[in-house]
Design a protein around this ligand. Sequence first.
Ligand code: ADE
Length: 249
Amino acid sequence: MRIDIVTIFPEFFDVLDISLLGKARQSGLIDLGVRNLRDHAHDRHRTVDDTPYGGGAGMVMKPEPWGEALDGILRPRTDAEYATDGADAPTPLVIFPSPAGEVFTQAMARELATEEHLVFGCGRYEGIDQRVFDDTATRARVRLVSLGDYVLNGGEVAVMAMIEAIGRLIPGVVGNPESLVQESHENGLLEYPSYTKPAEWRGHEVPPVLLSGNHGAIAAWRHEQQLERTRRVRPDLLPPESTHAESAP
Ligand code: ADE
């Protein structure tokens, strides 16, 4: 997967050199490009923001640097690419993190992990001039995506979280694909609690069923733990009729 990021803080993404995603880059599973938006601002101060038309607090990111930065990424396909990919080849997907966007979920991460080319545009200040979204939508698919119902100072942290959630779902990035199946949100429930050795630690014991060797009983216990935890912490994830213990399967 190709990933491009446009930001005024390229160094934010240095951490993508390490850990699983760093390995995925080294092995070519993820091809990452980070661009500094200020490289596309041509005044002496490399200005990327200005006051909002209509008044109001804060600053808005100017369209011209964004237009130029995205021109460099969303270049028209060459004749040769057109010939091999065909007229219907998908355009890149450009994601602008924004508290005004659709909420990022594990289902969205799964969907985005199948894309060939993702572009992330990190806004700062009070946001980006609306015409940047409108213009980009004429040559690519555009989505505004929110990390959750709170406001960050800019899109960088949201993009880091999204890239980590998406990147680990790209086949080959996580060594043991089984571990992706057993985690929170994969079956619509929160994950069950995990334990390792020793069997007793500071007076806390591992639930005896996990030491029993009875795989059926262990699977049933884990499923019950998932249901109990989800009901208690995130009842909104369950269908309405299963939020009460007595009606749960
Ligand atoms: N930028 C600022 N707040 C954000 C949020 N909640 N999600 C994504 N991008 C943001």
